[in-house]
Design a protein around this ligand. Structure first.
Ligand SMILES: NC(=O)c1ccc[n+]([C@@H]2O[C@H](COP(=O)([O-])OP(=O)(O)OC[C@H]3O[C@@H](n4cnc5c(N)ncnc54)[C@H](OP(=O)(O)O)[C@@H]3O)[C@@H](O)[C@H]2O)c1
Length: 267
């Protein structure tokens, strides 16, 4: 339900090794705190994020963890998907990926080709579940039509402030979220804390609700997501206090009235 995001751990679009120790310590620290789900991608740090995740998880029981990674949109040809997955497995030092996502749709490559490769990886038990990311309802339906296997997850930009349109999608809350909820597809909400922008909002309702529940703004923002049907989320942090704080978003629930007030306030 609450995973660890790793964008910028190990670099952005390029490999950055200058903060490796901090990254590994953060991932290990998160697992010690009880995080079991880690989200990464071959894109992050040009593969270095996966390498750091691989090093960090080495000391833990692999089967107790849930590792998600993603294939780049330029690697969606049949052979490229297989090669990309092999690369991720190697960097992650693992025999299997729990959830393998198509990072971003690529209209230049027939989705059938990509899904056939995903099916092969699944049959070889190199991946446990197939998912997508940043897919519209139309793209989700097209992908699902190309495979007998269930697409279990759509990872999309969704948070208190991003409700209608984000970097890749429009009609997020009006179409994509309800479609996934009705079709038993889990939604992983990316950028749940709006990269920290939420903390500068100084919103009266957010402050009132934070005071009422004795929870921080980040805990309210995360709880608002995970209180919704079929929604999980993956805040990124390398700060142990933040990791602990974000864990405090679990184990309680905003009541329906406050959910509605938050829904309306930022819509
Ligand atoms: N599928 C996609 O296309 C896609 C796109 C973007 C992101 N993602 C995934 O989603 C994850 C989350 O998104 P994101 O990293 O862009 O943004 P985010 O999780 O909304 O925000 C991360 C930022 O918030 C800070 N932060 C975390 N917890 C905090 C707290 N309790 N109090 C104050 N600041 C806090 C972090 O700093 P500190 O490290 O200092 O705590 C970091 O600067 C990514 O890491 C990645 O795994 C996927």
């Amino acid at each position: 339900m609450l995973g660890l995001g790793t964008w910028e751990i190990g670099g952005r679009m390029g490999r950055d090794t200058s903060e490796d120790a901090e990254g590994i310590t953060a991932i290990r620290g998160a697992i010690e705190l009880g995080y079991t789900h880690i989200d990464t991608a071959e894109m992050y740090g040009a593969g270095h994020s996966e390498e750091l995740v691989g090093l960090a998880i080495n000391d833990f029981d692999r089967d107790s963890l849930f590792i998600t990674t993603k294939v780049l949109p330029e690697h969606l040809r049949y052979k490229d998907v297989i090669k990309a997955a092999e690369g991720s497995l190697k960097r992650l030092h693992t025999d299997y990926i729990d959830l393998y996502l198509i990072h971003v749709p690529n209209p230049k490559i027939p989705i059938k080709e990509t899904m056939q490769a995903m099916d092969l990886l699944l049959s070889q038990q190199k991946i446990r579940f197939i998912g997508v990311s940043n897919f519209s309802v139309k793209q989700l339906k097209e992908a699902q039509d190309c495979t007998e296997n269930k697409i279990v997850n759509n990872q999309i930009e969704y948070n208190l402030l991003t409700r209608h349109s984000g970097m890749y999608n429009v009609n997020i809350e009006s179409e994509i979220v309800p479609f996934c909820q009705e079709n038993d597809i889990m939604i992983t909400a990316w950028k749940p804390l709006v990269k920290g922008k939420l903390f500068g909002e100084k919103n009266k309702l957010l402050e009132e609700i934070s005071e009422k529940y004795k929870k921080t703004i980040s805990q309210i923002a995360i709880n608002w997501l995970i209180s919704k049907k079929n929604i999980i989320t993956i805040p990124k942090s390398t700060n142990v206090d933040h990791l602990k704080e974000n864990m405090g978003a679990l184990g309680w629930k905003l009541d329906e009235e406050d959910m509605k007030r938050l829904d309306e306030e930022f819509r």
